[in-house]
Write a protein that binds this ligand. Structure first.
Ligand code: SAH
Ligand code: SF4
Ligand code: F3S
Length: 450
């Protein structure tokens, strides 16, 4: 065999966890062809930017970044754009950024090695066809998160929320076979990972033809070594009684859920085509809290959707309080080309200053609520899984089952271990904590903090 150095590839990831998982699949596909992953763009033979198209801001950021990355290219570096923006813009990306030679959408990653070979011969490549069978079943992802494993169980989306680009960038919904998901989780657990996050755009509508999401939760929760089981993002309409009941049965399912609400006004929800009313959303929350009394909920909210009145916005604020959200990702509506919301009458456009003011008020409401909830937790004992070094390097960052961030003293040797921690302080959003008893790794489930 020749001693040629392996070509190196650097992937930069934007957008949601689905993109994080897809980047791991891309690394896996390329590793199987002899590529070596590197964690900086300087001097890499291949640079891929895995992009998001959800809001205009997300795309502008990528366009800026493509310009910056150009400086790190060698004469023969191949630059590719993948993901949702690649799917949405296709050849337009090659016009915007002439140093890019590949544009590959979410269902095209299997073709990456051939496309890269072509690019080496000077051919620009575009792959944006959807493949409804594609789950990359035979690709071993190269995992980049040492603590959590992101497991896509569903690709695409069959909802048509009127503001949303995802159905255009990810195609129709399809679920992986339950047996394939279980096989992957078993492999992951063997490497020492105990936290599993199931991914899908409306993940609880999972259905592989034989099994629904309740079956999936039970099957994954039953795998030896799965101690924390999460999923993101569920859609309120897909919580069947069976799915809700499974939450009470599967011990590994964590007491935190990210449940996007989008708006608290039935009128706006209707125009968003969310397919639930304010009352139905709040009833869904109540049902979930019945089976999981200690459930912590976070959400996504959009302000400034076309036609949103002051009254609609007040409904959103009151729904945030009624649902008792602990945190929220809050967004100003961003019109996406080709989506139905862009065809709503121009006079319904919410002026930017009004949307900005609503966003600020919403953030204040969320923060105040989160702070109040968090301060009430001071002094309690919780189970923390150590995830990484905190930003300042002297502390460790860990998470509770219900997704609270806790900073504790310690060193890297404690990574990926469970501890009982007493919450000693809070900034309002994150906590500081102290280990209870000694800091020995806990391998067995802890009794619930009381
Ligand atoms: N599938 C998930 C959402 C994925 S997109 C769900 O249905 O819940 C993540 C979030 O981005 C959405 O929940 C929404 O709040 C926000 N979002 C999507 N399109 C947007 C747009 N055009 N403008 C502003 N925010 C948007
Ligand atoms: Fe977009 Fe709606 Fe699908 Fe979520 S459910 S990805 S918001 S279309
Ligand atoms: Fe963005 Fe695509 Fe995810 S548009 S939010 S990366 S599905």
């Amino acid at each position: 065999m020749s001693q040629l150095p392996r070509p190196t590839v650097y992937i930069e990831t934007y957008g949601c966890q689905m993109n994080v998982a897809d980047s791991e699949l891309m690394y896996g596909t390329l590793a199987a062809q002899g590529y070596e992953a590197v964690d900086a763009p300087e001097g890499a033979d291949v640079i891929l930017v895995n992009t998001c198209a959800i809001r205009d801001h997300a795309e502008q950021r990528v366009i800026g970044r493509l310009g910056e990355l150009r400086r790190h290219m060698k004469a023969d570096t191949i630059m590719g754009v993948t993901g949702c923006m690649a799917q949405r813009l296709g050849p337009r990306i090659l016009e915007k950024a002439r140093h890019v030679s590949l544009v590959v959408g979410p269902d095209g990653y299997r073709a990456l090695p051939q496309l890269l070979d072509g690019a080496r011969n000077g051919e620009k490549g575009i792959f944006t066809t959807f493949d409804l069978e594609e789950h990359y079943e035979d690709v071993t992802p190269r995992r980049t998160d040492p603590v959590k494993a992101w497991i896509p169980v569903q690709r695409g989306c069959d909802y048509r929320c009127t503001y949303c680009i995802v159905p255009f960038t990810r195609g129709a919904e399809r679920s992986r076979a339950l047996a394939d998901v279980v096989r992957e989780v078993r492999q992951v657990v063997e490497t020492g990972t105990t936290e599993i996050v199931l991914l899908g755009q409306t993940v609880n509508s999972y259905n592989d033809g034989t099994h629904d999401f309740a079956d999936l939760l039970r099957a994954v929760g039953a795998i030896d070594g799965v101690r924390r089981l999460r999923y993101t993002s569920p859609h309120p309409n897909d919580f069947s009684e069976r799915v809700i009941a499974a939450h009470a049965e599967v011990e590994a399912v964590c007491e935190h859920m990210h449940l996007p609400m989008q708006s608290g006004s039935t009128r706006v929800l209707k125009r968003m085509l969310r397919r639930y009313s304010r009352e139905e959303f709040l009833a869904c929350v109540a049902n979930l809290r019945t089976v999981m009394p200690s459930l912590v909920l976070t959400t996504d909210v959009i302000v400034g959707f076309p036609g949103e009145t002051d009254e609609d916005f007040e409904d959103t604020l009151s729904a945030v309080v009624e649902a008792g959200f602990s945190d929220a990702f809050t967004f100003k509506f961003s019109p996406r080309e080709g989506t139905p919301a862009t065809r709503m009458p121009a006079e319904e456009t919410v002026p930017d200053d009004v949307a900005s003011e609503r966003l600020q008020r919403l953030i204040q409401t969320v923060r105040a609520q989160s702070r109040e909830q968090n301060l009430a937790l001071l002094g309690s004992r919780v189970e923390v899984l150590i995830e990484r070094l905190a930003r300042d390097g002297a502390l460790l960052m860990g998470r509770t089952r219900d997704w609270k961030t806790v900073l504790v003293p310690g060193d890297a040797s404690l990574m990926n271990t469970y501890h009982t921690v007493e919450l000693t302080g809070s900034t309002g959003s994150t906590f500081t904590g102290a280990f209870v008893s000694d800091a020995q790794p806990v391998r067995q489930p802890l009794p619930m903090a009381g």
